[in-house]
Design a protein around this ligand. Structure first.
Ligand SMILES: C[S@@+](CC[C@H](N)C(=O)[O-])C[C@H]1O[C@@H](n2cnc3c(N)ncnc32)[C@H](O)[C@@H]1O
Length: 243
């Protein structure tokens, strides 16, 4: 059975994901940095360093959440970032951060679904998704939609959790992700499902070579992956074809 925030609910995955992120949004940043001991910031920064070499001026951050990836991307000189997300709760935390950093002229956050983007074809120089693709209801549809709004040849980065395959990291990771994280996550977020859904959704996500195949099926070319921190996360680089 597909990983869902609430297996007893009849609602679509999209609605369940939206409601779950609305619910945890006030505590999302705290939990994110606490549970990952801040490594998440390092992974985002590393991805943006790769993106920087393409000098993009117009970047789309899909599933922007509380805008951490968008804020990191806005450090690229002269870049403008549009972040989209289905959760108004996450977006409103993100908007407050953008205002606090006085970046409202560089970052715009919009309520939208990755599977139905409100942009014209070939609009963006680059797109990024941080810890978002795993939550899409229809992964391939979301990726095809992202390709649609990218200019020919544009670069696309996905940062996502993956599963370490080597011992002892594999066992340590499984213990932490399935035993520690759900307990701490539930205590701090006050949401009983979110941090059980997280390891389940990571477990079922097609990572590594499998995700590269999905990117290729969605029309991306020159696809590569870079594993991070013993394989806990992976940065995927893909390109929209030139024609
Ligand atoms: C784990 S958070 C990641 C947020 C941020 N990118 C980061 O790096 O921290 C996942 C986000 O994906 C959003 N999301 C899930 N499915 C989506 C979809 N179909 N379209 C847009 N956003 C989506 C959720 O609302 C949530 O804010």
């Amino acid at each position: 059975m597909a990983a869902l925030p609430n297996k007893k609910s009849e609602k679509s995955k999209r609605t369940q994901v939206e409601e779950m992120f609305d619910d945890i949004s006030p505590r999302y940043d705290l939990l994110n940095h606490l549970l990952s001991v801040n490594i998440d910031k390092h992974w985002r920064k590393k991805t943006i360093n790769k993106l920087k070499s393409y000098n993009p001026e117009n970047i789309l951050d899909v599933a922007t959440g509380t805008a951490d990836f968008a804020l990191a991307a806005a450090k690229i000189k002269d870049a403008k970032v549009v972040g989209i997300d289905i959760s108004e709760g996450m977006l409103s935390v993100g908007r407050a951060k953008v205002e606090k950093k006085k970046l409202t002229d560089r970052i715009e956050l919009i309520h939208a679904d990755s599977e139905n983007l409100p942009f014209e074809n070939e609009n963006f120089d680059a797109a990024i998704v941080g810890f978002g693709v795993r939550n899409f209801e229809n992964l391939k549809k979301g990726l095809i939609e992202i390709a649609r709004v990218l200019k020919p040849g544009a670069v696309f980065y996905v940062l996502e959790f993956s599963k370490p395959s080597k011992s002892p990291y594999k066992q340590i990771y499984q213990f932490y992700f399935t035993r520690i994280l759900p307990i701490v996550g539930k205590m701090v977020s006050k949401n009983s499902n979110a941090y059980t859904y997280l390891p389940e959704s990571v477990n079922e996500f097609p990572d590594g070579e499998d995700f590269l195949t999905i990117l290729a099926d969605a029309g991306f070319v020159n696809n590569k992956c870079f594993t991070q921190t013993f394989g806990i996360a992976t940065i995927y680089e893909a390109h929209k074809s030139e024609n």
